[in-house]
Design a protein around this ligand. Structure first.
Ligand SMILES: Cc1cc2nc3c(=O)[nH]c(=O)nc-3n(C[C@H](O)[C@H](O)[C@H](O)COP(=O)(O)OP(=O)(O)OC[C@H]3O[C@@H](n4cnc5c(N)ncnc54)[C@H](O)[C@@H]3O)c2cc1C
Length: 293
């Protein structure tokens, strides 16, 4: 899996000052500041009158807590997701508020899309890898035979040959996809897919994407963190950074954070320790506020 953050919203702070008739002064050009700007213009609360929401962190925390999530839609981020399985993308594209452009199996011949994608469960398992490899190369062989048969048919276009031959390609077939979403849509996807119940590969993707988004817009994702469960899977939880606040955990458990920030998951009276594994990617940061012109 290769995940690259390739584009994101930046905020024209100077234009925002002009729009507010110089009453509002954004702190930087991140989308999270744009989100605050959009929210504040609803009430003309440019002067940040409430101390609890005077910081961008406090403002976003309040917005998320009260569920005024439409303002999160003003900022977006785009990822190139490479070398994931077709089964992952089949699940990903169910999220209707994200936008997609996916590698075409009708235009790109299967052997040019890369090696098969190993399901996380079988990673490093020689016996399983051996069978996956056999299935993959036998599917590719039959795919090539079908291409040859189709290409011998009169007036068959290569695109038509590929679209028919791909019938034999398995779920582990690799694919690439560009995905754009606003921050409300990303949060929705991350919370549904970064769970113990979700498919392991898409869960890993959700964790990876959260890492990028926390680096990009930390206050939009401040309530989302990752914990490693005893099965070794890293999942996304909400609210674990708030000491003492219980939040929903995997499989009907609850998670509470102690003073040292350790997430504690309790289920049916038993308490297990879970390691908080907050991912925070280092990204190229173009968000340097250039000062008030
Ligand atoms: C663990 C897991 C197992 C799953 N198993 C299956 C399965 O076996 N079979 C299967 O088919 N799918 C399965 N899914 C997919 C699931 O049913 C959803 O299609 C997917 O999670 C996208 O979520 P969504 O439809 O809630 O939200 P999105 O498309 O991401 O939309 C976000 C939210 O917008 C709102 N919304 C979007 N469109 C509409 C609309 N038309 N009308 C009203 N409100 C709307 C809803 O509030 C929705 O929750 C599974 C998902 C998960 C996470």
């Amino acid at each position: 899996m290769r995940v690259e953050l390739v584009a994101w919203t930046t905020f024209d702070t100077h234009a925002a000052e002009l729009a507010s008739e110089m009453e509002y002064h954004p702190r930087d050009d991140r989308a999270q500041e744009l989100i605050e700007f959009a929210g504040r213009q609803c009430y003309r609360s440019w002067g940040r009158p409430n101390q609890a929401t005077a910081t961008n962190e406090g403002y976003l925390e309040h917005i998320i807590e009260v569920g005024h999530l439409s303002v999160l839609e003003h900022g977006s981020a785009t990822f190139h997701v490479g070398h994931v399985s077709r089964s992952l993308t089949h699940e990903l594209i169910r999220h209707r508020h994200l936008s997609y452009s996916q590698l075409s199996q009708r235009f790109v011949v299967a052997k040019n899309t890369g090696d098969f994608v190993v399901p996380p469960l079988f990673s490093g398992n020689e016996a399983a890898l051996n069978r996956l490899e056999r299935a993959w190369y036998s599917a590719l062989d039959i795919y090539d035979e079908l291409l040859a048969i189709a290409e011998d048919m009169p007036e068959t276009k290569r695109k038509e040959a590929r679209e028919a031959a791909r019938a034999v390609l398995p779920n582990m077939t690799p694919t690439d996809i560009v995905v754009t979403g606003n921050h409300r849509a990303w949060r929705e996807m991350l919370m549904k897919r970064g769970t113990a119940e979700a498919d392991a590969e898409i869960c890993a993707l959700a964790v990876e994407i959260l890492g990028h988004l926390k680096g990009l817009e930390p206050n939009v994702y401040a309530d989302l963190d990752t914990v490693r469960t005893d099965t070794g899977r890293t999942i996304i939880v909400q609210g674990s950074q708030k000491p003492g606040k219980a939040v929903a955990g995997p499989l009907g458990t609850s998670i509470q954070t102690n003073a040292r920030g350790t997430a504690v998951v309790g289920s049916g009276g038993s308490v297990d320790r879970f390691e908080v594994t907050t991912v925070h990617k280092t990204i190229k940061d173009p968000h340097l506020y250039k000062g008030t012109p």
